[in-house]
Design a protein around this ligand. Sequence first.
Ligand SMILES: [Fe+2]
Length: 372
Amino acid sequence: MTEFSYCMPSRIVLGKGSTARLKQYIQGDRVLIICDPFLYQSGAAERIGANLEGCTVSYFHAIEPNPSCESVDAAAEAARALGAQTVVGIGGGSSMDVSKIVSCLAGDEGSIYDYYSGGTRTLSPRTVRLICIPTTAGTGSEVTNVGVFTNKKKGIKMPFVTDQFWPDVALLDPELTYSLPPAVTASTGMDAFCHAIEAYWNKESQPICDALAVEAMRLVLAHIKAAYDDGNSETAREQMQLASLLAGVAFSQTRTTGIHAVSFPLTTEYGASHGTACSITLPAFIRISGEGAQAKMDRLCAALGYESIPQFADAVEALMVSMNMPTRLSQLGVQEDALEHIAQVGLGAAIIQLTPAVMNQETVTALLRSIL
Ligand SMILES: [Fe+2]
């Protein structure tokens, strides 16, 4: 008996040069663009903003990786001061995640701390339009209702999930990814692969997402190395952005699993980028996935051209090595005596129990030890 629910309220627009049409998607004429300092200084954000002729456009460009609640509050203040009617998040996951909460807070009051991480207030219905424009091919944040923020007071990074965060428009322009350096292409692209496989083997998986996830994995395997080797390859860049999008839609319905749960301490405590922190455990999680999803993983292996789960895991690991990605925790500076702690923090994220294998202190520590 198949039962599922599927919800995708965001308009999705993908195409080379599509950001030139940004103006047709905005509401009102006061627009706050949120991005990181690099995108602003390089002129890329302003080139996109230049499509909003006749509008009052303001830029908040102090977004750091793993954005803090303090950055969110500062951006929300900028949105209120402008009287923003549309918030546009341009960038990787950080800028898009901040744009989600800022589009809510702009028309509401208070701090993110009032609503999240122990806060007791509930966000009012969002009145400000939200548009997300990814500049990497990986996070999928443009098509999810999740924002991940870092509570510096508690030293933790936690997801914030609300239907208010579905962007009104996800605008994907592959041209924006041409300038990504190879290491970012690799880590963000493998993040997309993690989204796809975690949607697929998820205990909450469902047929629509399965179909999207398998295609996303096929596209990553077919194009990531070409995008890594030649950033100007139009085909590889476009297909990687499509892969990221499909994977994003897939995991937006199912959420992720152990790979993302364990990535949180690797990012906050070891400084690994999100994509690196996720993909470093990917081969190990593939190896144990047969425990609860053997038949489904057999079908996946067949669809992707592998004979077995171990062969699939080895191929993914070899692909990562070919792109100079770390595959051992020790390469991030993790030592043996920290494994129990990393497992404990990972187990603190509820999504870890969506993994198709027994996840407890003993099994997660053993998994981490296998890739030390
Ligand atoms: Fe991710």
